[in-house]
Write a protein of this length. Structure first.
Length: 256
């Protein structure tokens, strides 16, 4: 069984003490590819070094996370653009809008999101969207750009059937992670309405550890629990789901 973790932050300081062991754990568990979304200018070098260490396993994205959009966001975006133009990235991400903690920089988040969508279109790259308390705000922007070659995934999907349907109408994918295993999260009631060819698996490590690892640091090896849980919900075998979702990842991110 070969799995692809389409969203993992293994370059963060939470893994500084045992990063090599964490990567080996993932490889031993059958996680053959791990896709790394960027956060801001301060995380680029750590992310790229990890990809240099594991060139056939780790694949980088480039983007400015909405949580990092502050007064200096235009400077940050210029750094992101400079790196993106050098090539070697599989996506523009993670980008989007987050209104959960703080709405202070909402206008700047909107601008940063749209500018990075345009960058993705310029470079013919998919986008990886972070949406938290912001589906409609994101849809308002995507409505202006969808249908013109734009493609991507809503990572860590937490919406309902209406949001899932809208995303599918864009011909985007939905990233499913450990939240699907949480009691009362509600995602388990939605996933069986999503076509299998539109589902991607992710951990979002070090965050959102799935049951039975909930409460601890997440890591890419925990993708096996998400795959097993989701396979039961969708009435397919874990091997089948691993093959389908890995194929989906290859098709979106152009990594075979």
């Amino acid at each position: 069984m070969a799995l692809t973790d389409t969203h993992t932050h293994l370059y963060l300081r939470e893994f500084d003490a045992d990063r090599e062991k964490v990567v080996q754990n993932a490889l031993d568990a059958g996680i053959e590819k791990m896709f790394l979304p960027n956060i801001d200018s301060g995380t680029i070098e750590g992310m790229m070094q990890l990809c240099r260490n594991y060139p056939e396993v780790m694949f980088p994205m480039i983007g400015l996370h909405p949580g990092s959009v502050k007064e200096n966001y235009l400077d940050e975006l210029e750094i992101i653009r400079e790196h993106a133009l050098k090539g070697g990235f599989i996506a523009i991400g993670e980008i989007g809008i987050d209104l959960y903690w703080d709405k202070t920089f909402f206008p700047q988040q909107q601008d940063a999101f749209e500018k990075q969508i345009l960058l993705a279109k310029e470079l013919n790259l998919p986008i990886v969207i972070h949406a938290r308390n912001s589906f409609q705000e994101i849809f308002n922007i995507l409505d202006k750009h969808a249908g013109s070659g734009l493609r991507g995934v809503f990572h860590s999907f937490t919406g309902g059937l209406a949001e899932a349907s809208k995303i599918l109408n864009y011909d985007f994918y939905l990233g499913i992670n450990g939240i699907v295993t949480f009691k009362n999260a509600g995602i388990d009631k939605v996933v069986n309405q999503i076509p299998l060819n539109r589902i991607l698996l992710e951990t979002d490590s070090p965050y959102l550890s799935p049951v039975p690892k909930r409460g601890g640091r997440n890591e890419s090896s925990h993708l096996i629990y998400i795959n097993e849980f989701l396979a039961k919900l969708l009435l397919v075998s874990p091997d089948q789901l691993a093959e389908i979702t890995s194929t989906n990842a290859s098709e979106l991110f152009k990594r075979s």
